[in-house]
Design a protein around this ligand. Structure first.
Ligand code: PFF
Length: 451
């Protein structure tokens, strides 16, 4: 068989995998979810979920991928000794393909807004900005074309391969993303009245915590770490045998959480400084924030102009490193399972996700009658993946590694053949065998209305 690609450096591994984790989930969804659900109390709960479920889940997917050195479907097959565990890989590939389809819609909006900021089209009063978004999102062509363009950009990176495409793009985009974020956080926190926003995010309100907030935190942790999609399994198949799996999972989780909290420290102080209450959903980044930037920097419009460009560039970079990872899952699958050239496989993934993207985009824009079970296709895909497919994928990965594959293999991968010392293995095994399955079962029971 042809030599598989590999990440060329330890830094490349961390940046590419962190790139998958860091995305719209961090910069957009995390801040308002934390703000609405108890601020620092939610953040503490979220960190608990990351430690208890996120990191063990990540390590489990890493173990399967690195051991098998193959795409997700084959990776599960190699380890399943004849039983049909391969379907866990298929499930992950399906999940990531659906997510890529609807994620690209929002990523496309970010691209349009980056362009609009550069062209100075977002200047106007609150009504103007609202109308701008309404007109844009209901246009039959524009949002769809931006979404398709985003997938095409992703395609152009993935088609170049693991080292020359994915690793290179991550090494460029991740540091730029971090610098942009830091500059934006500092600018936002220096605005008059900004401390109200910092307090709002960091003040722990434990009275807001409830069963459903806990599930919210769990769902956010899964989505943010790209867990349950076979993405981590696919990337781990390019890891070297020397990569410390637990250490890498820890570093990626820390980076991911840091970027999520920093994004909160960008959005809330700016919003509070102009007395706007940050809302949720698409209106936060496409209606509220363009206004906030204009008002906050009204005395220095050039700064407001630059800040707006930097913010949408941040969103585009964050989204791109994530869409690349989702695309790679399908591309690796088609390349290896159907022995196709990488070019062709990437095209298959691109065309399939573009189709999903077009229908999702139309369902929240020009053709609202595209519905499934009472939801727009976009919302349906979002709910199906977040509430059902992601937790199922993560649960099956934990059960597979915790209970099914030989403990010796798990131990060897966890300790790199016994060369890594430390006695965290039994804690890890307890987490994947008992804690993760129980917690995820609780999520399902809650969704069905039993708890
Ligand atoms: N983790 C990404 C985010 O927080 O935006 C989303 C994501 C990427 C989900 C890759 C799934 C995936 F396979």
């Amino acid at each position: 068989m042809k030599e598989r690609g590999n990440f060329g450096s330890k830094m490349g591994i961390i940046l590419a995998t962190a790139g998958s984790a860091v995305g719209l989930g961090n910069v957009w969804r995390f801040p308002y979810t934390a703000g609405e659900n108890g601020g620092a109390a939610f953040i503490l709960l979220y960190i608990g979920c990351i430690l208890l479920l996120g990191i063990p889940g990540m390590v489990s997917e890493f173990i399967v991928g690195r051991h098998a050195q193959a795409n997700a479907a084959r990776a599960y097959d190699v380890l399943s000794k004849g039983l049909p565990w391969k379907f866990v890989g298929y499930l992950g590939i399906l999940t990531s393909t659906i997510i890529l389809g609807f994620y690209a819609v929002v990523a496309g909006w970010c691209l349009q807004y980056l362009w609009a900021s550069i062209a100075g089209q977002l200047n106007g009063d609150a009504d103007y900005v609202r109308n701008y978004f309404m007109t844009f999102s209901s246009d039959p062509l524009k949002p769809t074309l931006w979404g398709v363009a985003f997938i095409m950009i992703t395609h152009l990176v993935v088609v170049r391969g693991v080292q020359k495409g994915i690793e290179r793009a991550s090494k460029l985009l991740m540091p730029m993303l971090f610098i942009l974020l830091l500059v934006l956080v500092v600018s936002s926190c220096m605005l008059p009245g900004a401390m109200g926003g910092v307090r709002f995010l960091l003040h722990p309100d434990f009275s807001k915590l409830s069963g459903s907030v806990m599930l919210e935190a769990l769902g956010q942790a899964f989505f943010s770490l790209s867990l349950g999609t076979a993405c981590l399994c696919t990337y781990a198949s390019y890891f070297s045998k020397l990569t410390n799996l637990l250490g890498s999972a820890g570093q990626i989780a820390i980076l991911d959480t840091l970027i999520a909290v920093l994004s909160g420290l960008l959005i809330f102080p700016a919003a509070f400084s102009v007395g706007v209450s940050p809302d949720s959903g698409p209106s936060l980044i496409f209606i509220t924030l363009p206004n906030v930037f204009q008002q906050a920097f009204a005395a220095l419009p050039v700064v407001g102009y630059v800040i707006s460009i930097m913010f949408y560039a941040l969103l585009v970079f964050a989204a791109l490193t994530s869409t690349i990872s989702m695309h790679e899952i399908g591309t690796a699958f088609f390349t290896e399972e159907f022995t196709l050239p990488r070019q062709k496989s990437a095209w298959i993934e691109t065309v399939v996700t573009m189709l999903i993207c077009v229908f999702c985009s139309l369902s929240v824009g020009a053709i609202p009658s595209i519905k499934l079970m009472g939801f727009s296709l976009m919302d349906f895909c979002d709910r199906l993946t977040a509430n059902f497919l992601l937790p199922s994928g993560a649960m099956l990965a934990c059960l597979f590694v915790g209970w099914y594959i030989p403990k010796q293999i798990v131990h060897d991968e966890f300790t790199n053949g016994g060369t890594l010392k430390g006695n965290l293995f039994s804690i890890y095994l307890f987490a994947v065998r008992i804690v993760c399955p129980i917690c995820i079962t609780l999520i399902f029971l809650h969704q069905l209305g039993f708890v």
